[in-house]
Design a protein around this ligand. Structure first.
Ligand code: G16
Length: 544
């Protein structure tokens, strides 16, 4: 095939480093940026095949999200704006690891297995974060696309959720929205302004929000959307990328894991603040109380706020739609208890990775999914959206019902249903707080988190840890789960689990217990068990 000749020639410009093996992880490939050129070229090829196969536009986002600035990565986006389907993650891994001389035969295998008609047109859209390496790497993606005669459109610097949104808009012929940055801002800001019109009058102080942009793409994009918000939200931006390094001592991951404010943010007591991550698909909120204590409102608190709001609106509207919340093992035990026992919503637990949560949320009329790290969104089934729209127009509906249906309609428009989106989530949270007339402290008081701790352990090969039961139990190495069980028994209200990260070369340890002292002790002991039983490298973990 003439196309394959071109692939062969071009792939020589994107050589694979000898002996390098990579895995399509939790959210794509991720490693040090200078090991990724060949992966990007090959993902350009794969996205083109996926586009031919699905007869739809496919997205390729160059980003390593929360990882350090020197890393990079790539996320593939499927037709409905969701993460690429697992079978194709497998192809991605095989293709990324193929030796240079086998590249065309691996491509041929995929084409054969998927019965791809190579005469189909292909459309691939690309985007990138602000990492210095991202521009060249996204060129390598475009090189791959052009080798197989795919059409491409490069959106350049965008947040990951913006690219997901573009893919969804393009594949629904604009029904979801206009596939431009301007279209994205207009859709979200219009819905936000419509929603906040219904809020009790707010002072400028109440409209004020401090945003930590993680020195990344989110900071650039918040500046762009601000003008569309017509002063209904007054953003004060910190870590805007003008001086600090991406994700360094700032950003949603830092704030969540360290449980402290980002550097460079001027927090006054009681002031609402939030942090984005490196590609603006995660958000966490926080504030400092008058005694100077830091309070974190993570993905669990966000899920609770949003699902309470939606449930109330659905009740007012008289719509019988099932609201469910999807979490992972990292969800704080208090949040799960509150959702199940007080709010009486169904809660389900999946493996880490928004692809798993997204899939589970699709099973419900209204599926709210959030990872504790602040990555999440809400999905409305077709039936739910239709019922809401019908009610908003129903001449027999009461004023209260119509009002609730209108609020629900605008809420649907404000949410990026393609994936978790820090900007859209932020606007939704701000709208909910405004409509309900509650402060960040009121929101925080809905339930109290159990003290918790997350740690990382370096091991020689993190694949020695295998897990089951939505990652809550370790199956290998032998004896590790028994050790964890014995340690957990020593503490009250305790829980702990370990799992290999799919984005960093570490094993993650999570623990919760009745007091901070207990949980710090438990997390440390579990880390030691990992270090000793799973081949720890470097220094033994020290007590906190
Ligand atoms: C990615 C995924 C998230 C996941 C996180 C950490 O986030 O999209 O779903 O929670 O990685 O994954 P792991 O614990 O496997 O390293 P991001 O924001 O880095 O793309």
């Amino acid at each position: 095939m003439a196309q394959f000749e071109k692939v062969s020639q071009k792939s020589a410009c994107h050589p694979k480093p000898n002996g390098l093996t990579l895995q399509y992880g939790t959210a794509g490939f991720r490693t040090t940026a200078n090991h990724l050129d060949h992966v990007m070229f090959r993902m350009g090829l794969l996205a083109t095949l996926r586009s031919k196969k699905t007869k739809s536009t496919i997205g390729v986002m160059v980003t390593a999200s929360h990882n350090p600035e020197e890393d990079n990565g790539v996320k593939l986006i499927d037709p409905m704006g969701e993460m690429v389907t697992p079978a194709w993650e497998g192809y991605a891994t095989v293709l990324a690891n193929a030796d240079q001389e086998d590249l065309c035969s691996v491509l041929g295998d995929i084409i054969g297995k998927e019965s791809i008609d190579m005469s189909e047109a292909a459309n691939v859209v690309t985007g990138r974060d602000t990492r210095p390496s991202s521009e060249n790497l996204s060129r390598a993606v475009l090189d791959g696309v052009s080798c197989l005669q795919g059409h491409s459109h490069d959106y350049g610097l965008v947040t990951t959720p913006q690219l997901h949104y573009m893919v969804l808009c393009r594949n629904t012929n604009g029904r979801y929205g206009t596939a431009t940055i301007q279209g994205y801002y207009e859709k979200l800001s219009k819905a936000f302004i419509e929603l906040t019109k219904n809020a009790p009058k707010r002072t400028d102080d109440q409209k004020r929000l401090l945003v930590d942009g993680a020195n990344g793409i989110g900071a650039l994009k918040i500046r762009e959307i601000e003008v569309f918000l017509k002063s209904e939200l007054l953003v004060e931006l910190f870590n805007d990328g003008s001086s600090g390094r991406l994700n360094y001592l700032c950003g949603a991951d830092y704030v969540k894991v360290q449980q402290k404010p980002p550097q460079g943010m001027d927090m006054t007591a009681g002031q609402r603040c939030c942090s984005f991550d490196g590609d603006a698909d995660r958000i966490v909120y926080y504030y400092k109380d008058s005694a100077g204590h830091f309070h974190l409102l993570d993905g669990d608190k966000i899920a609770t706020l949003i699902s309470t709001y939606l449930k109330e609106l659905l009740t007012q509207a008289g719509l019988n739609l099932q609201v469910a919340v999807v979490q992972t093992a990292y969800a704080n035990g208090s949040s799960t208890q509150y959702l199940e026992n007080v709010m009486k919503v169904s809660v389900c637990c999946t493996k880490t990775g928004v692809k798993h949560l997204h899939h589970a949320a699709q099973e419900f009329d209204v599926g709210v999914y959030f990872e504790a790290n602040g990555h999440g969104t809400v999905l409305f089934s077709k039936k739910a959206e239709e019922k809401i729209q019908q009610l908003a127009k129903d001449p027999n509906a009461s004023d209260e019902q119509k009002h609730a249906a209108k609020l629900l309609e605008n809420t649907v428009n404000l949410i990026n249903q393609a994936t978790g989106d820090a900007i859209s989530d932020m606007l939704l949270i701000e709208a909910v707080l405004a409509i309900r007339g509650i402060t960040v402290q009121d929101w925080d008081a809905i339930y109290s988190d159990l003290p918790n701790r997350q740690l990382k352990v370096k091991v020689a090969d993190r694949r020695v840890i295998d897990t089951t039961d939505a990652e809550r139990k370790a199956v290998t190495p032998a004896g590790l789960q028994e050790s964890i069980d014995a340690l957990v028994k020593k503490y009250k209200q305790a829980r702990a689990f370990v799992r290999p990260s799919g984005t960093e070369d570490v094993v993650r340890v999570y623990a919760e217990a009745d007091t901070q002292e207990s949980v710090d002790g438990l997390a440390h002991q579990v880390s030691l068990a990992v270090y000793r039983l799973a081949g720890g490298v470097g220094e033994e973990p020290k007590p906190l």
